[in-house]
Ligand binder design. Structure first.
Ligand code: NAP
Length: 301
């Protein structure tokens, strides 16, 4: 079996990678916390790893020497990156440098997860050919992280994704789990109708990566769901699929929120490159939400 290191294994994406690929790869998981948030029988080992600790990164990777690394670890709190830019940079750029440098002798395929925030959102939907123009510290740090990977001597896949949703243990709310929780508790929510994107079901992201690896399709890829939708309409769709009260959803504009970091207004992706290289298409948003509903029912029961 191909050996795979998953970095940031306790995050939403990390847990989804492990759950879906556990029978196809020999997985060595690593994340920031002392304990794994997923069943340990899914993996060969779990290692506590702060990617900003260069010597620990070297020790770990030199011991495992995996054939593939997927880096999902990141400082993902977009607004906090405006308050603590150095912390954001050290994880999203230096951490990537340490991972790449520590791999340069045994040359794994390096899969790195990036974001739609590299675009300013003025001209979406975007293809891989479009020129990034990041606004805000998170966005700039993620683009710099991409450059580290591009300039390495490794075969790589940079997979930009966006508005990830899915099921994970002890992870922060994603948009779908948050909307479900609020509406279930009869709370009113205010959702922007001027931010447009292509939401991504985490298991579909994993399937895309697995297929790209199988095809040895390297380079930059946009990996998201196929449906271009505003946050407001996305919330309405969640209410519909999960049988919740859509009248609790109020339509607002981004300027009403006073968020610290700028948001791209339309950062939807074109995913033709992914479809052309893999011959596979991700689930429609409605189908993905229905699959997530089943997943949540199973994890509750
Ligand atoms: N979520 C989205 O909508 C979205 C959209 C576009 C791109 N992305 C990208 O997708 C990737 C995964 O996102 P996600 O939603 O799965 O994020 P997440 O749930 O926040 O997971 C990131 C994981 O990385 C860990 N981590 C943070 N700093 C670390 C460090 N110094 N060393 C080791 N691990 C560290 C986090 O631990 P702690 O929880 O303890 O900090 C967390 O377990 C990120 O690269 C993100 O930029 C996400």
């Amino acid at each position: 079996m191909t050996s795979l290191v998953v970095v940031g294994a306790n995050g939403l994406l990390g847990q989804n990678i492990i759950k879906k690929l556990k029978n196809r790869f020999e997985i060595y998981a690593a994340s920031f916390e002392d304990e794994a948030y997923f069943p340990l029988e899914y993996v060969k080992s779990y290692t506590q790893l702060d990617i900003t600790n260069r010597s620990k990164v070297v020790d770990f990777l030199q011991k495992v020497k995996p054939e593939v690394i997927i880096n999902t670890a990141a400082f993902t709190k977009v607004d906090a990156c405006e308050e603590v830019p150095d912390q954001c940079w050290v994880v999203n750029v230096r951490g990537v440098e340490y991972l790449v440098d520590a791999s340069s002798s045994f040359k794994p395929v390096f899969v790195h997860v990036s974001t739609d925030y590299v675009f300013d959102g003025k001209a979406g939907p975007y293809s891989e050919e479009d020129t990034p123009n990041p606004r805000g510290n998170y966005a700039r740090s993620k683009l710099a992280g991409e450059h580290v990977v591009e300039n390495s001597n490794l075969e790589y896949i940079i997979a930009r994704t966006q508005v990830l949703f899915g099921v994970g243990n002890k992870v922060r709310h994603n948009f779908v789990t948050w909307v479900i929780e609020q509406l279930t508790n009869n709370k009113k929510i205010r959702i922007v109708d001027d931010q447009i994107g292509t939401p991504t079901y985490a298991p579909d992201f994993v399937e895309a990566i697995e297929r790209l690896l199988q095809k040895e399709a390297y380079g930059l890829f946009h990996v998201s769901g196929p449906d271009i939708i505003s946050r407001y309409d996305f919330a309405l769709k969640i209410a519909e699929v999960f049988d919740l009260d859509a009248s609790l959803i109020e339509r607002i504009k981004t300027k009403d929120l006073n968020q610290k970091a700028p948001r791209p207004m339309n950062s939807a992706f074109k995913i033709y490159k992914l479809i052309n290289y893999t011959g596979w298409e991700p689930n429609s948003l409605t189908d993905a939400l229905k699959l997530m509903k089943k997943e949540l029912a199973l994890s509750d029961g």
